[in-house]
Design a protein around this ligand. Structure first.
Ligand SMILES: Cc1cc2nc3c(=O)[nH]c(=O)nc-3n(C[C@H](O)[C@H](O)[C@H](O)COP(=O)(O)O)c2cc1C
Length: 269
């Protein structure tokens, strides 16, 4: 079998098949059935399309290799083979990497927002991502209060230290932790950690959606906890952890490079 035919049979046809299948799925319907985020499906379809382009480039180069070999230009052929290997590897990397690192490193606190509203679908995506976080004993003690209306957001913002920032949000997510009695006794504080992890997932999803947000603190400040509890009517066993205003960033906010090898102790402190 000629090299080009082999590539078409083994790489292009399956890649095209996967791409066509992925694009044919209605993202929302598929998400509802499988629990997979519609954004994740879009993301996967996009990555498959890009990988397909890379593999297509590799196939074109293989034709050049065959031409060079036929013309007895062995050195040129070897260079082209190396190029094929590298473009194919790049394509496969795009196929298998979910872009998570890009999102992690792009995340930053955003404290000012445009007037563009955040849709219910976007908020649902953020909450779905929040609920994908790990929790102790898989208890999932997170609870969320989502505010999208102006008087409600302003009332909540009024009593908070970062209320000015909160009031600028087009929507606000209050992440809470519900303590079950026996859990609270056996594992005190674990529900707070669980809600914090959900919050971090939510902040990453905000970045992935092209939105901005910032964690503004509520827990462990008693006065702030009391204000949020009273304003939102939270039950006594529900602790508000933070108030997260969400919207489209207004102005420039840059992620910080926090890599610091001095904070790492290998094997022993
Ligand atoms: C537990 C916690 C509490 C925070 N509280 C506030 C706050 O009350 N107000 C605020 O503007 N930002 C708050 N932040 C955001 C931090 O100031 C911000 O994450 C930090 O400066 C690092 O910047 P970055 O998020 O852009 O990487 C808080 C973040 C965390 C994790």
């Amino acid at each position: 079998m000629r090299p080009v035919t082999r590539v078409v049979r083994h790489a292009l046809v399956p890649a095209l098949g996967i791409f066509v299948m992925a694009s044919a799925i209605c993202p929302f319907a598929a998400g509802a059935e499988t629990g997979t985020s519609p954004s994740a499906i879009d993301d996967a379809a996009q990555r498959i399309a890009t990988a397909f382009e890379e593999i297509q480039k590799a196939a074109e180069t293989i034709t050049d290799v065959a031409t060079a070999v036929a013309a007895n230009k062995v050195g040129q052929a070897a260079d082209k083979v190396a190029a094929v290997a590298s473009t194919t590897a790049a394509g496969m990397r795009k196929l298998t990497q979910p872009g998570l690192y890009d999102t992690i490193y792009a995340r930053k606190s955003v404290r000012d927002f445009t007037d563009q509203p955040v849709t219910c679908e976007q908020l649902a995506e953020l909450l779905r991502a929040a609920m994908a976080a790990p929790t102790a004993m898989d208890r999932r003690p997170w609870r969320f209060v989502v505010l999208t209306g102006r008087p409600a957001i302003d009332d909540l913002a009024k009593g908070l230290r970062s209320g000015g920032t909160v009031a600028k949000g087009q929507a606000v997510v209050v992440v809470c932790a519900e303590a079950e009695n026996e859990q609270a006794a056996a594992l005190p504080g674990m529900h707070i950690l669980d809600a914090a992890l959900a919050s971090q997932n939510l902040l990453l999803a905000v970045e992935a959606e092209g939105l901005g947000a910032v964690w503004t603190a509520v827990w462990p400040m008693e006065a702030a906890i009391a204000h949020v509890r009273q304003t939102l009517g939270l039950p006594a066993n529900v602790v508000p952890i933070n108030v997260i205003p969400v919207g489209y960033p207004k102005g420039e906010f840059k992620p910080k490079d926090k890599w610091d090898p001095a904070t790492i102790h290998w094997e022993k402190w």
